[in-house]
Design a protein around this ligand. Sequence first.
Ligand code: ZN
Ligand code: FE
Length: 269
Amino acid sequence: MKNDTAQPQAVAALTPVPALSDNYIWMVRKNGHALVVDPGEAAPIQALLRDGLVLDAILLTHHHGDHVGGVQALQQLTGARVYGPATERLPYCDVRLREGDMVELPGLDLQFQVLDIPGHTAGHIAYYGMLDADTRAVFCGDTLFSVGCGRIFEGTPAQMVESLGKLKALPQDTLVCCAHEYTAGNIGWALHVEPDNAALQQRAQDVTRLRSLGRPTVPPSLASELQTNPFLRLDHAQVGAAAAAHVGTRLDSPQAIFAGLRQWKNDFK
Ligand code: ZN
Ligand code: FE
């Protein structure tokens, strides 16, 4: 028999769970099921797996210890399926992923698209999808932060520019679920790059208030990042000019501007 009344879609709960010194483990809960992204430790997640909440999946973006340290303990405890990048060395992984792959999680009624976003590490991936009818999110690990980006450990500036370009091209209401609480420090630097950026000044005020309340500053929308994050604003004259002034040479390409900004940020105290 055909049922012609569509079931209203369940609303997802998206939570940044603080871990280690400044990491977030993202948790999505829906229909009594959960997934976590980049569990650098198990304990903060174990504490939430009460009341019959079932952990279906663990998604990993890259191999760094602060993102994978809790994987084995959580997998053994729950039997959750572990997804991770195709080419990185991981302590445990059931399903290896690369760009073009889809992650299907029927228990959560979720699907994620996999993007290759190398630069921070050579095999770094992101997961993008709708969490419910109103919410889209990208889990981007240490590639894009709020008002910043990851350091380049295993890739090149050109790779990172391309990876950030993929994230930039997502719908503007996408929530940027990054893996660290670095926003306040990033803003302190970005205000030197674009002191006259009104959206950045507003974000600085909002972030100061959130931190004074002990609240997370994430996830921002991609729209907010496009207005405030120097690493997504390589084509803005002020950003290019500030980077060139800082390094003391002409910077003729987005890659060169990116490299100048990254160096500046690395040196910034
Ligand atoms: Zn990392
Ligand atoms: Fe990290």
